[in-house]
Design a protein around this ligand. Structure first.
Ligand code: PLP
Length: 384
């Protein structure tokens, strides 16, 4: 085949990039002018709208998904027990287990989706298991139905790490409304970005109340609630501390951005899926490149990333970098990190697949011509 001439793009293309406009700037300016920068009315509105968006009873905002996972595992009561988890994730998922003085037990992943494998979860359940964490890798949902069936049979709590999955639908249900506790991330490169932030969605009222205390050093009444106290002249200073909490609440600057981003999410996620479809269409005939699964029955992926696989991943990354296209690698399997050596076990699928993974650029503002350029550059890679 004679190579076609590439339409050169004259600027660097990052892997990820937040999508925002004048609305976010205006929303932040409004909060700055209001004089209430801390956790207040914008946070209350963001939690309410996020809960409605995913169809959950409660949504508790925090300052990151790392904090969300830490607190979710705390209310789940995993201390001293084992938590079955995936190695194919950002380390926060598993650090949250260690923060809670519990033991991470790694299960292998499914080769097609890179999500935790229910068959291996089943093999790893012991009398000490308290919970299972399922990460929706790249926004494509883990096999929650089978995971929940295992959890129900052994009286375990399922916690979803939905850092990649704001807006994902699984068998017709929104992620965030399925398991007892679901944790989201609003880190700058996530589908819904607030600068940094996180959310826990849940159904249980007692857990909701406890999470609200835990996120703000254990205090049982936040400042905004006290400032609205009808029994005092506008501000009541009284509160109690029933247990030691953490300082991981959010603020109205981030929440104001979150409200705008939540409104954009259906559109930005749709654009992500459109870009993924362009990649798939433009690369599907390359026999040396394996493409990700992006659709399934009853599944709408938030399409956080687009991860291809090939035998010469590092060389392909260099080739793309030479053409000013950045790539990523998600993830170094967590059990290979020094901190997780004591919990390392044989995970053949993970250990085989991770050396082939390469994350291509994907963000809502990526244009069709940039996508075409990336496709052209990959197609011209001299792989033979
Ligand atoms: C799967 C996964 N879990 C958890 C996190 C932690 O999110 P945050 O940066 O909001 O703490 C991330 C962020 O990169 C992630 O990708």
């Amino acid at each position: 085949m004679t190579p076609t001439k590439i339409q050169v793009i004259d600027h660097p293309i990052p892997v990820f990039r937040p999508f925002s406009g004048e609305e976010e700037i205006e929303a932040v300016a409004e909060v700055l002018r209001s004089g209430w920068w801390g956790q207040g009315p914008k946070t209350v509105a963001f939690e309410k709208q996020f809960a409605e968006f995913v169809g959950a009873e409660y949504a508790v905002s925090v300052n990151s998904a790392t904090a969300a996972l830490h607190l979710a595992l705390l209310v789940a009561g995993v201390e001293g027990g084992e938590v079955i988890t995936t190695p194919m994730t950002f380390v926060s998922t598993n650090h949250a287990i260690l923060y809670n003085n519990a033991t991470p037990v790694f299960a292998d992943i499914q080769a097609d989706t890179l999500n935790i494998d229910p068959d291996d979860i089943k093999r790893k359940i012991t009398s000490k298991t308290r919970a299972i964490i399922a990460v929706h890798y790249g926004g494509y949902p883990a096999d929650i139905e089978r995971i929940q069936a295992l959890a129900a049979a052994h009286n375990l709590i399922v916690i979803e790490d939905a850092a990649h999955a704001a807006g994902t639908t699984y068998k017709g249900k929104s992620v965030g409304s399925i398991s007892p506790l679901t944790c989201f991330s609003f880190h700058p490169v996530k589908n819904l970005a607030t600068g940094d932030g996180g959310m826990i969605t849940l159904e249980d009222g007692d857990w909701d109340a406890r999470l609200r205390r835990l996120r703000w050093v254990g205090i049982n009444k936040d400042t905004w609630v006290r400032s609205r106290d009808k029994d005092s002249a506008g501000y009541s200073w009284e509160y109690d501390v029933e247990e030691i909490g953490f300082k991981c609440h959010t603020n109205d600057i981030n929440s104001a951005i979150g409200l705008v981003q939540l409104g954009r999410l259906p559109g930005t996620n749709a654009r992500r899926r459109e870009i993924a479809a362009l990649y798939t269409e433009g690369l599907r005939d390359l026999e040396w490149l394996q493409l990700p699964i992006t659709t399934g029955e009853g599944i709408v992926s938030a399409q956080h990333n687009y991860v291809v696989r090939c035998a010469f991943r590092d060389q392909l990354a260099d080739w793309l970098r030479d053409h000013r296209i950045a790539t990523g690698m998600h993830y170094i399997p967590n059990h290979l990190h020094a901190v997780y050596k004591p919990y390392a076990t044989s995970l053949p699928v993970t250990e085989r697949e991770w050396t082939r993974l390469l994350t291509l650029p994907l963000y809502a503002a990526l244009t069709d011509s940039e996508v075409q350029y990336i496709i052209d550059v990959i197609r011209q890679y001299p792989h033979a």
